[in-house]
Design a protein around this ligand. Structure first.
Ligand code: ADP
Ligand code: MG
Length: 704
């Protein structure tokens, strides 16, 4: 039993480490104890079973492993240019090895005439193939029978290397730690049944094989096993949390589908709902009558028709005698929701009001009174709805639009508004999150998806244009305006280069004004540095069709709806992230007309920038774009996932392990269905592991 504590031993006590290196490991790699050291897995391996032929090497060969003879060694150059060059030859040809530091030591240890195994990255120097600072090992010592043929390589830093914790040393230390690992120090944490059913490698063996695989097959098996357990325990915890929440948090029961809903559905609904919309409404309906508080995330691409789902959900609340509120992250968007919802619901005799920070004085006082007295059915607004000491008569449902700008704190405040139960919560977002991320990030939420657009939409045509197409683009804008359409021109604005960005926008505005002069043409300008009142005024002019062109920064990104706008020009498109580009594009294509998105960029694009533009041109599907974003930027950097410690894995990787995650989640669910509290004998390893590893887990606050 004591042995389970073995891995908690501070790292400086590992033989060969000591206080100085120990301190460095903590600082540089966050390795504090034996466990951290052991579970810091190699990120690649040197395959000592296969060697490259020198004659096959070229500039793009990357990391290669060579076997040959060191023929010559000479020191050339002076001062900073001083370097040592070794001539290395195999049966097929020769290559130069170069060192710029540690020359004296190298001179001592390298043996001219001996056979070496060399590992390093090939590059071209003065047309000669070269490897600088290769790893060198005498062939007699490398890859022999008693040593494995894969050498692990660990993430490291310059400082660690300089302090003698280079890769070779690291291997030695890991090996001796593994060899000295007492029985029971790294106990099996999966049940025999799971191991058996899934044919997984036992934990201890996986630990050994991940560091020193005996062959490719063993390496794969070890990887799979460790990925599995990493994903499995997280999902197990998330699912437990979800069940736990559902038991604890009772919610209002919306027993009936009542008059308002029926009347609206039968007499006022301006179109037929899509299948996807109907399904989501069914899911919501099930939640609302279950007696458990709803916590549902509704994902749907821009234009997929989330608003009407929100409206009909609010009717379910009102039919049962409750009030509903709806919040949006910006004043403009909240206003739009307000006027939209009012148009839908006032004909039914419902009282819909607007509240934001800008509503003050007597107006505000009346709203608050009416709200408290239950005269208002629906309150729509900004965060002010919950920041304020706003008191509802009986708040049964809260809807937030564009969730990724809605923090955890705000959700908590919302909860406090309900009595005796917290209101049901529907969170809507048009930033689709790939399933794998949603499962982890929102593991405690139920997720609904609207995955089809309403019928009759023409897909937006997206084109990539460079500076030399500028006149052509102007011509196109003119043509569309003549057809009675409106045009957005969007500029990037980021904090780091704010001044320059604003200048850019201004220059763009002037160029457009010259090209499209008044009185024939009118142009609105909106950017984040303007006073809210001015912004709203300009915005309003565009919404009402008084201006044909809207020059703006990304303030228009979220939710704004001008169906008559058919062209979205995005300047410096390479500077936007994928999800942002997609959001912006979603501002057009809302009416029946063919719409266009023009991505303007310079000629020079980074590889990633080019890939983003290519993705945008190729697809209109938000989920596909989210997947691409995930691939390009990694899970931690996507919109809505930033700073989520929960997405940091040791070995699993949400980009590539989506399928595995799906499978793991199902298995975790099955285990919990059979044994919710993990009380069965066979599940004791699971319980022990969860209890010891997730006790003080900080992930909770981030996801609930
Ligand atoms: P989003 O999901 O981006 O919030 P909206 O709710 O604003 O999308 O809907 C976009 C447009 O599609 C609106 O003009 C809306 O009236 C229309 N719409 C929504 N559902 C349907 C439907 N089932 N059939 C036809 N049009 C629809
Ligand atoms: Mg919307």
């Amino acid at each position: 039993m004591q042995n389970t504590k073995f891995l908690d031993t501070p790292i400086e006590y590992l033989k060969g480490i000591g206080p100085v290196k120990g301190e460095l490991l903590k600082k540089e790699l966050g390795i504090f104890n034996f466990r951290d050291f052991l579970y810091h897995f190699p990120y690649r391996y040197i395959d000592k079973t296969r060697f490259h032929a020198i004659s096959d090497l070229h500039e793009n060969s990357g990391q290669v492993l060579l076997k040959g003879t060191l023929r010559r060694l000479e020191t050339i150059g002076e001062g900073r240019k001083k370097r040592m060059v070794g001539r290395f030859r195999d049966d097929s040809g020769a290559i130069d090895l170069v060192w710029f530091s540690g020359l004296r030591w190298l001179e001592k240890v390298l043996q001219v005439g001996s056979e070496y195994v060399v590992y390093g990255k090939v590059y071209s120097f003065q047309e000669k193939k070269t490897i600088s600072h290769p790893e060198m090992e005498l062939a007699t010592q490398a890859g022999t029978a008693e040593r494995p043929s894969f050498d692990p390589v660990y993430p490291s830093t310059e400082k660690l290397n300089n302090k003698g914790l280079d890769v070779k040393n690291r291997r030695k230390l890991v090996r001796s730690l593994l060899e000295g690992l007492p029985e029971g120090a790294a106990p099996e944490n999966l049940s025999p049944r799971l191991l058996q059913a899934l044919q997984l490698m036992p934990h201890r063996e996986a630990l050994e094989q991940i560091h020193f695989p005996k062959d490719q097959e063993a390496l794969e098996a070890a990887r799979l096993r460790l990925k599995f357990e990493e994903l499995f325990f997280l999902q197990l915890r998330l699912l437990q949390l979800k069940t736990h929440n559902q038991e604890r948090i009772k919610g209002y029961v919306f027993e009936q589908i009542g008059n308002f809903f029926h009347t609206f559905f039968e007499e006022h609904l301006p179109f037929e709902l899509t299948e996807a919309q109907k399904n989501v409404l069914k899911e919501i309906r099930r939640d609302l009558k279950s007696g458990i508080q709803m916590n549902r995330l509704l994902q749907g691409d821009v234009g997929s028709g989330k608003t009407i789902v929100a409206v009909m959900t609010m009717l379910m609340a009102i039919d049962n005698g409750y009030q509903a509120c709806m919040m949006a992250p910006t004043e403009i968007l909240a206003q739009q929701h307000y006027s939209g919802v009012k148009d839908y619901l006032e004909p039914l005799g419902l009282e819909v009001r607007f509240l934001s920070g800008s509503v003050s004085g007597k107006k505000r006082k009346t709203i608050l009174e009416d709200l408290g007295a239950g005269k208002i059915h629906i309150l729509i607004g900004t965060h002010a709805l919950i920041e304020e000491p706003v008191k509802f008569h009986q708040l049964g449902l809260a809807i937030t639009d564009e969730q990724h700008r809605f923090g955890v704190e705000q959700r908590a405040k919302l909860w406090a508004k309900g009595k005796p139960f917290p209101p049901h919560i529907l969170v809507m977002t048009a930033t689709p999150i790939p399933r794998t991320l949603a499962m982890t990030l929102y593991g405690d939420l139920d997720v609904s998806v609207i995955n089809t657009l309403p019928p009759g939409r023409k897909p937006i045509q997206t084109l990539h244009k460079t500076e030399n197409h500028r006149l052509q683009v102007f011509g196109f804008i003119r043509q569309e305006i003549q057809l009675g359409r409106q045009v957005y021109v969007v500029y990037p604005l980021i904090e780091e280069s704010e001044k320059l960005d604003l200048l850019n926008l201004e220059a763009g505005y002037h160029a457009l004004s010259r090209e499209f002069p008044p009185p024939q043409y009118q142009i609105s300008v909106v950017h984040g540095k303007m006073k809210p009142a001015d912004k709203d005024y300009e915005m309003q002019r565009f919404v009402e069709g008084k201006t044909q062109i809207m020059v703006a920064t990304t303030v228009i990104e979220v939710g704004v709806n001008v169906p008559n706008a058919s062209v979205m020009v995005i300047e410096n498109a390479e500077r936007f992230g994928l999800s942002q580009l997609h959001q912006l594009r979603g501002r057009v294509g809302r009416g029946a007309e063919q719409s266009y998105c023009l991505l303007m960029t310079g000629f020079k694009l980074s590889e990633e920038g080019r890939e983003r533009i290519r993705t945008m041109v190729q697809t209109n599907d938000g989920f596909e774009i989210a997947e691409a974003d995930l691939r390009l930027r990694g899970p931690g950097n996507m919109e809505g996932t930033q700073q989520s410690g929960i997405l940091q894995f040791r070995i699993a990787d949400l980009v590539h392990d989506g399928k595995l995650l799906e499978k793991v989640r199902n298995i975790a669910r099955k285990v919990l269905d059979e044994d919710p509290l993990l009380e069965k004998d066979e599940n004791q390893p699971l319980k022990t592991y969860l209890d010891s590893h997730f006790k003080s887990w900080k992930g909770w606050s981030k996801i609930s």
